[in-house]
Design a protein around this ligand. Sequence first.
Ligand SMILES: [Zn+2]
Length: 299
Amino acid sequence: MHAAMPPSSALPSVCRPELPWPRRRWLQAAALAALCPGAALHAREDGPWPQALPVPGGVARLDLGPAPERPVVHADGVPVLVLGSASGWTAVVGIALSAPVGEAHVSVQAAAGAAARRLAYRVGRKQYREQRLTVAPRTVDLSPEDLARFEREHAHQQEVMATFSTPLPQDLRMRAPVPGPRSSSFGLRRVFNGQARNPHSGMDIAAPTGTPVAAPLPGRVIDVGDYFFNGGTVWLDHGGGLLSLYCHLSAVDCQVGEALERGQRLGRVGATGRVTGPHLHWGVMLNRAMVDPALFLPA
Ligand SMILES: [Zn+2]
């Protein structure tokens, strides 16, 4: 007896079951990325910023202008990271994969307690690929026990994801946590046996079990666990609502509360949780929206 898989409000990061890609497909993806003529359009300017790409799953950079105090910004009631100085402030807004295309807005207060104004911006269209798979029902349905476990873990993860701490990060440019072929599967829309599932909300990096996973920025460990879908998992808090997530680890080498330097090992690549082969699933979250980690890496 199996219960139905929970709907698409589920955990933000469930990898495709057919991973890892055969080596040939990784190489094809890498070659395509190198040839992408749009790459020049996405050139990054100097500064501490991620690449601005205001689409679902992307990041918007909103100029707030000069002000004596750091403005307080919210997106749908969630605090937003604001960096800069009195000569000019910038809001760095994560856009959820589920965000509609068109006008969006944040609320901006000149200071805590001040009246809020609306600041509009435009979310552009991005067509993510879709994958339709037909698989044995038991691989998409959960037993009642597994479903109960999943729901407990989901509630816990929601609390972890609500973290917003100071000090704020000074530099948002990241270093890849693991060397290796990166998939371009962020945002991939998946339909298993005709049921739409969460889109893929992270970057998968193929690497052998045991490969060290390094913190891409300084951060504090805010959660460590062994979860049904994600397996061995670490969440890092980089401050200001910027979090990062590491899944399917074979070993976890850090503890909750520990402060990690950039480059410090947090665990090792594995194939734990619901996967078929070793890889790192890496997620980056801004104001509770999972965004494309590639935007934070060198172009
Ligand atoms: Zn993944």
